[in-house]
Design a binder for this molecule. Structure first.
Ligand SMILES: Cc1cc2nc3c(=O)[nH]c(=O)nc-3n(C[C@H](O)[C@H](O)[C@H](O)COP(=O)(O)OP(=O)(O)OC[C@H]3O[C@@H](n4cnc5c(N)ncnc54)[C@H](O)[C@@H]3O)c2cc1C
Length: 609
């Protein structure tokens, strides 16, 4: 490829993604002596999807309840993930999250405070004690602002509005990345000794999602195409409470913080249906009457949590049950009521507005609903992917040499279901680790690998192919919508073999369409072109979810099969692994989960009481 056809850059460490994980990784890598760091992102700096995070970050600071500890956090995370988590990641996360949160505070994050000036922590689903450090319901914004303010003083070079479309390799080792500018369409080539993927989730593969436009599974696919393994892609989290009305806002998140502050779920008959079905392993810790549940949300340490704060997978399924039984709200959801707490708290309406300012604003502006006076209509929305790039727990290196991953695109810590709040602390803990070990890798490997011209040519040719085509029956947006319908209808919250087989078949047909899709116009400001290029990522992650979901013949966490409703012992011992075969097809296998050390098992047992 003619060197004039692209702009070249060289760094010791290249970080792809500027959400919480990417920023934290870049800060850590830049702190290593003599290590240069480049940071690439699809949107503007400060606009990454992390900015949308609301409820808070989970860390056992024990500021609000002194009984909390890393042990309880570890046990909660493993139980929430239904024990297929990477236990070492869950251990590191629980141990290191408090330091990462305090560090963020030292860098300027303005957390809400307890009366004695400590970081305030709130209740969230699946967490035994109030554990989420937060800033109202705008925690992600504060996190991004703080990391960005801190990061720009560390000498990191930021490249905004660039989309990476291929990783470059020298033999078995990663040596850089190929990207295009979203505005002008110019190509960029990055040479690097180590690369960190921090590209976030896959929510845009589904029709109803809380995820931003950036979440198209790019990092998952870049890693997979470069030969890395993905694990447990069947575990997709459907958050129980997304907006359902009006249609234009369907899927937008309603934070779990609403339930943490005392919000309750009701069906159209006014019944608080979450009391109807409490899983056995949560019964000892769940309130059996409304009064006790309310006292828990107000900090009464003798009370047990209300059933609305059970794990997300369970709450989402209970909501679907109510809707399917004809007990839903007028627009196909159920009711979430925070207004009922008004007579019970000082300041009534003002209290709700202070605790949940974004929710108040969101419902008034988008749905004309005043949440201090009337209930919200909510229903499940595709929210988070627990599966992702297989990484080493301590270093975050993937199965490809020099390629690291952190944040939502990496897998392991959450097992079959993520507890709310564990993502933001995951970004800090494992972002830091990925940056540290990527810098170490770069320092230990004196020179970057050699850039292969043939790989550049192939990447450019693939990127430009949609312009070369005559025309196609369906454009990129139609294909994307067909894929979203397929995933929503056939590989959603409740799954059965026959529907998933149809989905795999449909994805194959959509791939053929995507391979021949044509785009009009030129490379400048061309969102149709960007969408055409996104299709490869969306189709790859969709196929990964559907194939893995078909293979796992049981129900666990976010993966619920109507044809295998129970958990199976056999499946509790293995992860599903995906790898690209020599012929380009998706190879699927299983790998045994490593035996947990006795001391961690003992923690889980003692915390179960
Ligand atoms: C509405 C909402 C509320 C949430 N609230 C909470 C909460 O309260 N607590 C919690 O723990 N979790 C919460 N989550 C989940 C959490 O926000 C995400 O899991 C997390 O922010 C993901 O961070 P990340 O750094 O992995 O990726 P992201 O923040 O998604 O960042 C990805 C970055 O990668 C870049 N990128 C992607 N592809 C490419 C490419 N091909 N080339 C270049 N750059 C690329 C993007 O531009 C972006 O900069 C919430 C999620 C949503 C949707």
């Amino acid at each position: 490829m003619n060197p004039d056809a692209y702009k070249s850059h060289e760094y010791d460490v290249l970080v792809i993604g500027a959400g919480g994980a990417g920023l934290r990784a870049a800060i850590e890598a830049a702190a290593a002596p003599g290590v240069s760091v480049g940071l690439v992102c699809k949107s503007l700096l400060g606009k990454a999807h992390t900015v949308m995070a609301e409820g808070g970050m989970a860390a056992a600071l024990a500021n609000v309840d002194e009984r909390d500890s890393w042990r309880t956090h570890f046990a909660d995370t493993m139980r929430g993930g239904q024990y297929v988590n990477n236990w070492r990641m869950a251990e590191l996360h629980a141990k290191e999250a408090p330091d990462r949160v305090r560090e963020l505070e030292a860098w300027g994050a303005m957390f809400d405070r307890t009366k004695d000036g400590k970081i305030l922590q709130r209740n969230f689903g699946g967490h035994r004690y109030p554990r989420l450090a937060h800033v109202g319901d705008r925690t992600g914004l504060e996190m991004i602002r703080t990391l960005q303010d801190h990061g720009i003083h560390q000498g990191i070079q930021v490249h905004m509005e660039l989309t990476v479309v291929a990783l470059l390799k020298d033999g078995e080792r990663v040596c850089g990345a190929f990207a295009y500018e979203r505005e002008r369409g110019y190509f960029h080539v990055f040479r690097a000794k180590a690369v960190v993927l921090a590209t976030g989730g896959i929510g845009r593969a589904y029709k109803i999602t809380s995820n931003s436009w950036e979440c198209t599974g790019d990092g998952h696919t870049l890693a997979y195409d470069a030969g890395a393994e993905l694990i447990d892609m069947e575990f997709v989290q459907f958050h129980p409470t997304g907006m359902v009305w009006p249609p234009s806002v369907r899927g937008i998140l309603v934070t779990e913080g609403v339930r943490g502050e005392g919000g309750i779920l009701k069906n159209k008959e006014g019944r608080r249906f979450m009391f109807d079905d409490v899983p056995d392993n949560y019964k000892p810790q769940t309130a059996d009457n409304e009064e006790e549940g309310w006292r828990y949300t107000q900090g009464d340490k003798t009370a047990r949590r209300p059933p609305e704060l059970l794990t997300r997978d369970h709450v989402a399924r209970c909501i679907v049950r109510e809707i399917k039984a004809g007990r839903g709200s007028p627009h196909g959801g159920v009711f979430l009521d925070i207004a009922w707490i008004k007579p019970r708290v000082k300041g009534g309406e003002e209290h709700i507005k202070k605790k949940l300012p974004s929710m108040y604003h969101q419902f008034i502006k988008l749905a004309n609903v005043d949440i201090t006076k009337e209930p919200m209509e909510v229903g499940p929305t595709t929210h988070y992917v627990m599966g992702g790039i297989r990484v080493d727990a301590d270093t975050q290196m993937s199965t490809v040499s020099g390629l690291f991953a952190a944040g939502e695109c990496a897998a392991g810590i959450n097992g079959a279901n993520r507890l709310g709040g564990n993502s933001l602390s995951d970004l800090l803990v494992f972002g830091k680790r990925a940056g540290e070990y990527a810098a170490k890798f770069a320092r230990e490997h004196g020179t970057a690998g050699k850039i292969d011209e043939a790989q550049l040519d192939a990447a450019a040719k693939r990127a430009l192919a949609p312009f070369e085509r005559e025309g196609s029956a369906d454009g990129p947006y139609q294909i994307q919508h067909q894929l979203q319908d397929t995933m929503q209808n056939l590989v959603g919250i409740v799954r059965v073999e026959e529907e998933m087989a149809r989905a795999v078949d449909e994805i194959g047909k959509l791939r053929q369409k995507a391979d021949t899709v044509a785009v009009k116009g030129n490379r400048e400001y061309n969102p149709g072109w960007s969408t055409a290029l996104d299709l490869h990522n969306l189709l790859t992650v969709s196929e990964a979810v559907a194939r893995s979901a078909m293979l796992r013949k049981e129900s666990r966490g976010g993966h619920f099969r109507a044809d295998f409703e129970k958990k199976s012992d056999e499946w509790s011992k293995k992860n599903i692994v995906l790898k690209k075969g020599g012929d380009g097809s998706m190879q699927i296998s299983t790998a045994p989960i490593k035996e947990m050390p006795a001391e961690l098992k003992a923690i889980i047992e003692s915390e179960a009481k």
